[in-house]
Design a protein around this ligand. Structure first.
Ligand SMILES: Nc1ncnc2c1ncn2[C@@H]1O[C@H](COP(=O)(O)OP(=O)(O)O)[C@@H](O)[C@H]1O
Ligand SMILES: CC(C)(COP(=O)(O)O)[C@@H](O)C(=O)NCCC(=O)O
Ligand SMILES: [Mn+2]
Length: 906
């Protein structure tokens, strides 16, 4: 047996593997006994290290009788401090925007302090007043139910954290001078009621000022805010901040305002019309006896306006009026047919009336908007206000009118936060809350678990805990609630020349609250930054796979759905397999499936959708149900097994020539990237062999050339050619991926080689767990273990401040050795298997400034995202492709092919 240890790692025997595996199994059992405590520790550490906040963790439930059709959903989703609330009280609806602060989760652990010190981050605070992380919430109520709104504010104590008349004191209790920013006519009309019921005064802001401030904020700060909607197709528009003005803002509320916007605070109300949302709802109510706006809109989906509108063909005996370009199906006169027939109101279908009315009003507004755009030579028209309600037919009609009358010269665009412009503007008008110059990279939009479901009004007093949230999920499933699109997506070609065919609807029910369902909670993370060494951050797109292609979306939907049972198993086991964990696991699976189903139906429901978003959504969902680290024990087991063979591997590497070693190291990274618990194919593999067996098998397959093979160029940069030794890189950022062999036998040995060559190494790891990815919190311990067997790693880790505690007892002659370049660990700011480099932690951004080499490793970070990313410095992308379809699509290869893409800085 003793002889076995002499086998090199690349050919290690099965017997040794067995013993490792057994050890690992024992360990799992022991771990599960101590699970609860572990969970707490992990939970804490996440709070400390996570730059991206987690989803709202408090409860949500159906209020009252959940048998009713559109029950009110309570999504109280936060228990944080409320620091600001602003209102827009309109003729039809009250809009609320409020900000809830996160607890201060800034970390003081030693690793972070030392990294911060090293990167000069400790006293670089740019602001003189506090700006903390938090979330912006959007809620609306009907104005005639103002009491519900007051109850909501009061139950959540939204009015308590506001400003007093002098300055921002979030901790101060509500006082006599409490002021809440409010706009809209109701700010005047209901001022006394607010004083009486809540003891607060409304600080009135001009409505037009607010609309413009809100629109400008959204267009600048939210990435996928504006979109076009033409013939059923929604397309997000990337707005260039430097080329935003001038534009025409058309706010369709009860009435309509048209505002020419020339800059921040620079605008003029140039027109308006009294035929607006109130007209549609008011007339519609009288004519159809509908009880709610949504009911009216829903009716229109089944309507046929030809029964009531007078068409050109009706006048011209079925013929087109070609001379002036009007087809027979063009509406000549809305409701015109009603005059010529001997019919009463009852003889018309309410569905047809609603559609005719909707079309008439939308078209009219589109036309007037165009005329005003023409007056001022404006090409872009943004439409807001709750009349639009994300409704496909409304948007198509408006777009059609603008396109038709401008002959394609002007463009109609819509806003995801359509109805909240005024409320947001009022919110922005608070002085010195520090939110006015928010940048797009500081906002992360999250869709909580209720988002995919049909619901009534989204409001109510806060419920408390996770348990209530789970039962909310269970009730929805019991009820068999159908997930329907918020609005029917009209198939292409529903609009003709000036005339409209019957809109085709997918279902008969309309999602009842578009505002809360299409708009997520905006998480503000002031510490996020744009990765500074992107070659061009403006054109950077993280996703390689665009899910706009429906077959692509279907494929990934199936992959993620099929992976779900296994993931739930792991997640439940990670929480001790208790009944409570099982219940949470079920609820998680339901919530995630619901999100997937929702997105299948309307891929743009949560903004522009890429594969990275889906993978991140899955992790967010797990966290929402308090699965802090589903793969914890798997990660630990694989780390241990790999650390056990690391010394042998290092010895082998050291016996090689420089050139062979470099190749072996890159091979090692690629081979070890096979340990990916997110890949279906790999998980199947793991049932067939032990960790080391698979690792060895994977290495054996490393035949060059790889499918993408730039190794020789990379080698040229590293080792030079002939006698000339190239200068080493100054600092390398290694974006690491999975735990176990991937980090221990793949990336760490590569890091060691760079250190040996005099390059500083920054290991960049996730802030929060995702699948079996190694986190920044876990890495120092792994490095410490590895460093026990390696001088280079140990000295570098000490120099980088990584080994503060762990190495204290290890004494040897290292003091005589020359000081080493540092090895550091920084968190990347995310908790996903992919990475969006527009939003990284400030410590990563700081570390990146001196980097001249980036190594991105793994499928998530180097292929699904960033495959096409360009950097200001040298970049190496290393991954094994563990999915057949991706291999075919991206590299015209096969599953388990490898990518070694090297792109020197240009
Ligand atoms: N749930 C709803 N209840 C009433 N009206 C709604 C609803 N959803 C959308 N609407 C439409 O939105 C219009 C109000 O839009 P909004 O932008 O809130 O304007 P206002 O500030 O005038 O209330 C209504 O007149 C109606 O056409
Ligand atoms: C989630 C992942 C990107 C993680 O890959 P990694 O970055 O660890 O190499 C990958 O496992 C993946 O794309 N999985 C889904 C595809 C599949 O099951 O085939
Ligand atoms: Mn991974």
């Amino acid at each position: 047996m003793a002889g076995l240890t002499e086998h090199p790692v690349l050919g290690i025997t099965d017997i040794k593997e067995e013993s490792n595996e057994n050890k690992a199994t024992d360990k799992v059992v022991r771990e599960e006994e101590g699970e609860k405590e572990m969970a707490l520790i992990a939970g804490n550490s996440i709070h400390r290290s996570g730059s991206r906040p987690q989803l709202d963790l408090s409860g949500a439930a159906i209020q009252g009788n959940f048998e009713e059709k559109d029950p009110t959903i309570l999504l109280p989703n936060q228990s944080d401090d409320i620091s600001h609330l602003a209102l827009d009280i309109g003729g039809s609806l009250i809009k609320l925007v409020y900000f809830s602060r996160h607890a201060d989760r800034s970390s003081h652990d030693k690793r972070k302090m030392s990294i911060k010190e090293r990167l000069g981050l400790l006293n670089g605070n740019r602001r003189s007043y506090p700006i903390l992380g938090g979330r912006l919430h959007f809620v609306k109520f009907e104005t005639n139910k103002i009491n519900e709104c007051l109850d909501f504010i009061s139950s959540k104590q939204l009015h308590r954290g506001g400003m007093d008349s002098r300055s921002w004191h979030p901790e101060a209790p509500a006082n006599e001078n409490a002021l809440i920013k409010a706009t809209g006519g109701g700010a005047y009309k209901f001022a006394d009621l607010f004083k009486e019921r809540l003891g607060v005064s409304l600080d009135k802001e001009d409505e037009m000022d607010c609309l413009v401030a809100g629109a400008n904020f959204l267009l600048k700060a939210i990435r996928h805010e504006a979109f076009t909607h033409i013939e059923g197709r929604k397309e997000f528009v990337q707005i260039d901040h430097n080329d935003l003005f001038p534009y025409l803002l058309v706010n369709i509320g009860s009435g309509v305002s048209m505002i020419k916007v020339d800059g921040d605070g620079k605008f003029q109300r140039v027109s308006g019309t009294n035929v607006g949302g109130g007209t549609y709802w008011g007339l519609g109510k009288l004519l159809t006896k509908c009880k709610s706006f949504d009911e009216l809109l829903e009716l229109s989906q089944r309507g046929d306006n030809r029964t009531i509108d007078m068409l050109v063909g009706d006048i011209y005996g079925g013929m087109d009026y070609n001379k002036i370009g009007l087809s027979a199906s063009t509406i000549a006169s809305s409701f015109g047919k009603a005059i010529s027939e001997n019919k009463e109101l009852e003889d018309y279908r309410p569905e047809d009336i609603s559609l005719s009315l909707l079309r008439m009003i939308s078209y009219n507004i589109g036309q007037i908007a165009y005329l005003n755009a023409l007056r001022f030579g404006l090409k872009r028209i943004f439409f807001g206000g709750f009349f639009i309600r994300g409704h496909a037919y409304t948007m198509d009609t408006i777009s059609f009118a603008v396109h038709f009358w401008s002959k394609g010269d002007a463009q109609a665009m819509f806003l995801r936060h359509e109805g909240f412009l005024g409320a947001l503007g009022a919110f922005m008008s608070y002085e010195k809350h520090g939110l006015d110059d928010l940048m797009v990279h500081q906002l992360v939009e999250r869709f909580p678990m209720g988002a995919p479901y049909i619901g009534g009004k989204i409001h109510g007093p806060p419920l408390g805990d996770l348990n209530e949230k789970i039962s909310w999920m269970e009730k929805f499933v019991q009820k068999g609630t159908e997930i329907t699109a918020p609005v029917p997506m009209a198939p292409p070609g529903t609009t003709g020349l000036g005339g409209f065919e019957v809109p085709s609807s997918k279902g008969h029910s309309l999602r009842s609250d578009a505002s809360a369902l299409n708009v997520g909670v905006l998480h503000l993370v002031p510490t996020l930054e744009v990765f500074p060494i992107l070659a061009d951050s403006k054109t950077y797109e993280p996703n390689t796979i665009d899910l706009a292609d429906h077959s692509e979306l279907e494929y990934w939907f199936t992959v993620l759905s099929e992976h779900l049972p296994d993931l739930v198993d792991k997640a439940v086991a990670s929480e001790g397999g208790t009944d409570d964990a099982k219940r949470r696991g079920d609820a998680f699976a339901r919530a995630f499936s619901a999100h997937l189903a929702r997105l299948m139906e309307e891929p743009t429901a949560y903004g522009k959708l890429g594969l990275a978003n889906l993978l991140e959504l899955r992790e967010e969902c797990l966290r929402e149900f308090q699965f802090v680290d589903a793969y914890r024990s798997i990660k630990q087991r694989e780390n241990e097994a790999s650390l056990a063979v690391l010394p042998d591997l290092l010895m082998e590497l050291d016996s090689m020539s420089e050139e062979t070693r470099l190749l072996t190291l890159i091979e090692g990274v690629l081979a070890a990237n096979i340990f990916d618990w997110g890949s279906r194919a790999c998980v199947d593999l793991y049932h067939k062999g032990t960790i080391i067996e698979i690792y060895r098998m994977s290495r054996k397959k490393m035949q060059r050339p790889w499918r993408v093979d730039d190794f020789d160029t990379f080698k040229g940069r590293m080792l030079g050619s002939g006698d000339k030794m190239p200068h080493p890189h100054k600092r390398a950022l290694l974006f690491v991926d999975n735990s176990g062999a991937d980090i221990v036998l793949g990336m760490l040995p590569l890091a060691r080689e760079l250190l040996r060559r005099g390059t500083e190494v920054v290991l960049v790891a996730n802030s929060l767990p995702a699948l079996n990815d190694v986190t920044a919190m876990e890495l120092p311990d792994i490095v410490a273990e590895a460093a026990k067997h390696c001088d280079i790693l140990r000295r570098a880790a000490e120099a980088g401040g990584l080994l503060v505690d762990a190495m204290i007892n290890i004494q040897d002659g290292s003091k005589e050795k020359p000081p080493s370049v540092p090895l550091m660990v920084v968190e990347n700011g995310c908790g996903s298997p992919c990475i969006d480099l527009r939003q990284v932690s400030s410590e990563l951004a700081a570390a990146a400034k001196d980097a001249d080499l980036i190594i991105l490793e793994g499928m998530g970070r180097a292929l699904h995202t960033n495959f096409n990313a360009r950097f200001k410095c040298d970049a190496l992308k290393l991954a094994m492709v563990k999915n057949q379809r991706l291999a075919e699509k991206l590299i015209k290869g096969n599953i388990y092919d490898c990518v070694c893409r090297y792109e020197p800085s240009s």
